[in-house]
Structures are given as structure tokens and as C-alpha cells.
Ligand binder design. Sequence first.
Ligand code: HEC
Length: 395
Amino acid sequence: MNAPPAQVWLNTLLTLLQDSQFAVLRLWHALGLTGDSHGQPAWPWARRIAGETLLIDLGLARQVAWSVAAIGFALTCVAVAIVWRHRRLTWLGVAALALILAPWPAPALLFTPAAPTSFHTSPTRFSAEAIARGGRLYAQHCSACHGDDGRGEGPLAASLPHWPPTFVGPLLGRRADGELFAHIVDGMHDTAGWPTMPAFGQQLGDDGAWAVLDYTKALAAGTAASTNGNWPIPLRLADVSVRCGQGAPRPLADWRGNQRVRVVAFDGEASSLPLEDPRFLTLLVTRDGSHLSDVPQFRADCVADSPHAWAAFAQLAGIDTSRLAGTEFLADRQGWLRARALPSRSPWDGAGLLCTAGQAGSGQGVNPSAADGLTALLLRMDAEPVRFVQGGFIH
Ligand code: HEC
């Protein structure tokens, strides 16, 4: 039998470590031992577990996994000693032995500097409104250095002592959102303490900083999709207000964790609509967010009720708003945007999967000849879920 692939146990370990740190933070906050920072519980310590190091150092990750197992085993032994009251010393001795023999990792490798906002989550839900607002702020405050396309080649870049990084790579996905937020709000320094990036907390405020972070992700996605044909980081399906039939509007994000969603950019030409498909819920995005009376009800009667949705999806697709009509997107059950089909190509094939687990995993377990393009794509989305890494998510 083969051992489970590294990513399965590693993902479980990283999720466990992240959840445990989050639980401790909540407990500390509930006990009044830590206050708030920018409206959320503040991480009170100067360090946190460096999940991003474990991701690339499998030896260290194994040490951590064995140490966590040893702690679990020791706690079980202590519980048995307390409850059973029989051979107590033996049980306590076994617990101590497990802790002594555990391959404890070096603290210098396991921990990394943290900010009070390290465990903050964005309140914007990656909404089309936040992306639109962030776009305006980015043009005003950021593009001079980071460039209109996010590659870090703005007009000021060459004059800086430290070249701005490109967003069109894994950077924004590998860092915790809360730490990116802190870098935008507080600015950044080099190791000698010299400022490398200015602080924007005063100008942007918290909401503005979260919004501009959403836009940088959308910008990175659009630039990479148009040039390399992929999304460099996993993206949430942009949240919009949705109106289905005569129902009251509700946020699209409510569907996360439930069902696949297909988004179709629709410009009123009913014959260009794809057929309804029970494997996902279809959402129409129109230019001005209007509800269309002439769209047959049995097809998609869910329409994005947001004037910013069209521009947000054009940004994510990496195409101009004037050419978006007919473009389709697919999001998986967890609410991650996974695939895009341009109007010019035959609807769905493997090339549409822009958020993928990489070459090694491509098509694993899916027999392409047995399935049409869309079925193969859906099977692959399920077989290669977006995974969590501290600080962010990878695919
Ligand atoms: C004066 C030039 C300049 C401006 C203006 C600027 N940045 Fe930066 N930015 C930099 C430099 C340089 C770095 C790399 C700093 C480092 O690694 O020490 C950077 C890094 C970053 C990073 C990467 C952070 C990380 O964790 O590595 C993000 C995100 C970022 N900037 C976002 C923004 C946003 C958003 C704005 C506008 C609100 C902005 N920047 C404005 C120069 C700038």
C-alpha cells in the first residue's frame, strides 16, 4: 500500500495547527487577556507557528507531526491515569517517556514573527463592491510603484532602494491576509530598519486597506490569466448580491460550502445562454446588474444584483469589460473560483481550469476519454481541492 500523498497529511497538520492557534486566540480574548486590533482579537505574541516553512520543509513537518502525536498520546495516558486510578505511576511514566522521546523541532525553525493582525480575516468577503473600491484606491496610492498590472514595475519602481515585488505570482496566496493587511497599514522595513514601503493606514482606513487587498488579488488574477492562462493564487468567487426569481436579494457567499456555481456574463442575447445544468447553480451577471424579464425562467433565473459585478468578473478573467459577454466561470463547492471559459473557445476543456493543483496532479483519477470536457473538469475540481497553508491557500 502506498503512503498517503504528502499534501494530505500536511494539509491536515497545517489546518490543525492553524485552528489550534485560532482557538487559543479566541480563548485569550474571551478571558480578557488580549484586546482588539483593527476591530478583531489581537494576536498577543510576537511569534506564531510558521506553517509556510513546514510546507517546504517536509522533514520539519514530520518532526512536528510526531511531536503533536506524542502530546496527544501523553495527554491520553494522563487521562487514563486519572480515570482508571490503576497503575497510575506507570501511565504517567509512559506519558513522560513519550514526551522525552518526541523529536521536538527547533523553535527557531518552527516559529516566525507575527503581527497582532496575523489571524485577522477580511470582512469584505471579496465582494465586487470592495474590488471596485480597491481599484480606485490602488490607482491613486499604489500603482506608481506596483504598476497598473501589479508586476511591480510602476514609474517609481526603479527609483526605490527596494524593488516592489510582483503580485503576479504566489506571494499574495502564501501570506496570511492579516499580515498583508498589516504591511499595507503599517508599511514595511528592511532588516536595517529603513522603510521599504510607506504606511497607508491613515489614508485608507481599515476598510480601504482590506478593499485594496481584494483588488490586488483580482488584479494579480487578471494579469496572470491574460498572460499565462492561470490564476497564481486561489480566489474566492467574488461576492455579489443575488436575486433569484422574485426572492429577496441575498449574498452569493451564503452558498459557499454548499454547491458549485457557474457564472455567465450575459448581455441580453437569450440564444447565447448555455443550457441549464443540474450539477451547478447558474448565476447571470449583466452589465448593469439589472434583472432581465425575457430570460426563460427554467434557465438561469438568478441574476447578480450589483452594478460592480460585471467589472469585477472582467478583472478576474483578465479581459476588457467590453468583451466579457459570453464568458463563463465555475466555482467549486467550497466557493473557490476554479475555471474560466472564454466566449471564443468551445465551452469547457482542461485549459479552462485556471486554479489547478499543478502538473503532477493533473487529471488524476479522471479518464478523459470517458467524460466530456465539462464532466472531466468537474471531476478534477473535486479531486484536487484548494488546500490551506499558513499563511494562505494554495492550489
Ligand atoms: C513608494 C512605493 C510603494 C507604494 C506607493 C506602495 N508600495 Fe507596496 N511595496 C513597495 C515595496 C518596495 C515593497 C517590498 C517591501 C519589502 O519587501 O520590504 C512593497 C510590498 C508590498 C506588498 C507585499 C507585502 C509582503 O507581505 O511581502 C504588498 C501587498 C503591497 N506592497 C501592497 C501595496 C498597496 C496595496 C499599496 C497602495 C495602497 C502599495 N503597496 C503602495 C513599494 C510601494
